[in-house]
Design a protein around this ligand. Structure first.
Ligand SMILES: *Cc1c(COP(=O)(O)O)cnc(C)c1O
Length: 401
């Protein structure tokens, strides 16, 4: 424990306390495994909130990054580079969207989607200038910028950080009528997570997303899907919206687009929408840099070539089936799609953190989401053998007193 204590103390002493991490100090990662400074090995069941769908240190993405490091890392968008176009093309080929706009963090991509939707509202839909409203869902998580926290329903995320950005209206997640009632002539867009990850892996009723899409079409409203966490294979489809054959007008991605190596995010849309952005209206010094673009292309290739979407679907079902057989004792609910499974424990247990701490001692790293739910989201490269090691341990912990 000595080594760990040293690093933990450094963090506590010199760093802002904006997180409450498990006290495990990691120093190495390979595939689905991570290693702490004491030499213990753990199965990573969080995957950096799905930024590590391809696993740690994927050899192919690593090589793409090294090759690019040796050539060119940053040009700014003042000049062109020979990697960004390849990323645009790859994203379009893989997703069917005509265009994309690259940023770095997920929150920046969400901000980008908001700006595009607002401009679209004024120049295309004809909403009176600065009257555009965007509908958002209760329990949403879209990032941490001042605009984004302006429309969170989680008090802790916004408390003391006002004044807040106007132009957002809250609807109930999973409730189509709530959207119907909120729509006015000024409604520009609805911004939604197809499955609310941070809120506790909340899956809306079947048919909800399709109904939202139809409402959007009928009222000339943009459907913006935040698939930063659910996208790129996590739920057993390339995008979670595909479970209901929904095609959002603007798709927001990030996290696994990085392969866990280097932050890259983007919004995807067709020309009729993204084509409205003119030079100078939006930008980022690092957005679209050749290093990030090379990494992202490799990260996408790995998802395709290693069939990670299919693996997520098959092993996700396997995991859920197993968990549903565990005696209910502490379990309130199990829900998920693909390798994105939440196990909600009975609330009288007072939160799942102590379960996470026991799992840590047994070599499995998980994180609680919204106090009562354990999020099980291992890298999508995981195999059945590793699950067969993990699941009995998990079962034992779920049955503890
Ligand atoms: C993580 C996440 C974000 C924010 O991404 P950052 O890279 O942390 O800014 C936004 N939306 C969803 C659904 C997320 O899971």
């Amino acid at each position: 424990m000595h080594q760990s204590e040293y690093f933990i103390n450094l963090e506590e002493e010199y760093g802002a306390h904006n997180y409450h991490p498990l006290d495990v100090v990691l120093t190495k990662g390979q595939g689905v495994w991570v290693y702490d400074v004491e030499g213990n090995r753990y199965l990573d069941c969080l995957s950096a909130y799905s930024a590590l769908n391809q696993g740690h240190n994927h050899p192919r993405i690593r090589q793409a990054m090294i090759d690019q490091l040796d050539r060119l890392t940053l040009t700014s968008r003042a000049f062109r580079n020979d990697k960004l176009g390849l990323l645009y093309k790859k994203l379009s080929d893989m997703t069917g969207y005509e265009m994309s706009l690259p940023m770095n963090s997920g929150a920046e991509a969400v901000e980008t989607a908001i700006k595009v939707a607002r401009k679209w509202a004024y120049v295309k839909k004809g909403i009176e200038r600065y009257q555009a409203e965007i509908l958002v869902a209760e329990g949403n998580f879209h990032g941490r910028t001042t605009t984004i926290i302006s429309f969170t329903s989680t008090e802790k995320y916004k408390h003391d950080f006002g004044p807040f950005t106007p132009g957002f209206k809250m609807v109930k997640f999973g409730d189509v009528d709530s959207i119907q009632n909120a729509i006015t002539k000024n409604t520009a867009a609805i911004l939604i997570e197809p499955i609310q990850g941070e809120s506790g892996i909340i899956i809306p009723p079947t048919g909800y997303l399709k109904a939202v899409e139809e409402l959007c079409r009928a009222n000339e409203i943009l459907l913006i899907a935040d698939e930063i966490q659910t996208g790129l294979g996590r739920t057993g489809k390339l995008f979670a919206c595909e479970h209901e054959a929904v095609r959002p007008d603007i798709m927001v991605i990030g996290k696994a687009l990085s392969g866990g190596f280097y932050p890259v995010s983007a919004i995807l849309a067709d020309k009729s929408i993204l084509g409205i952005i003119q030079p100078g209206e939006h930008g980022s010094t690092f957005g679209g840099n050749p290093l990030g673009a090379a990494v992202a292309v490799a990260a996408l290739e790995v998802i395709e070539e290693e069939n990670l979407v299919e693996n997520s679907r098959i092993l996700g079902e396997y995991m859920k089936d197993y968990l549903e057989e565990v005696p209910q004792k502490n379990i309130l609910d199990i829900r998920g799609k693909g390798l994105f499974v939440g196990v909600e424990l009975k609330h009288e247990l007072g939160g799942v953190r102590r379960f996470a701490e026991v799992l840590q001692k047994k070599g499995i790293l998980v994180k609680e989401t919204h106090v009562h739910t354990l999020r099980l989201a291992p890298p999508l490269i995981i195999n059945q053998e590793t699950l067969d090691w993990m699941l009995p341990i998990l079962r034992q912990v779920l049955l503890m007193d």
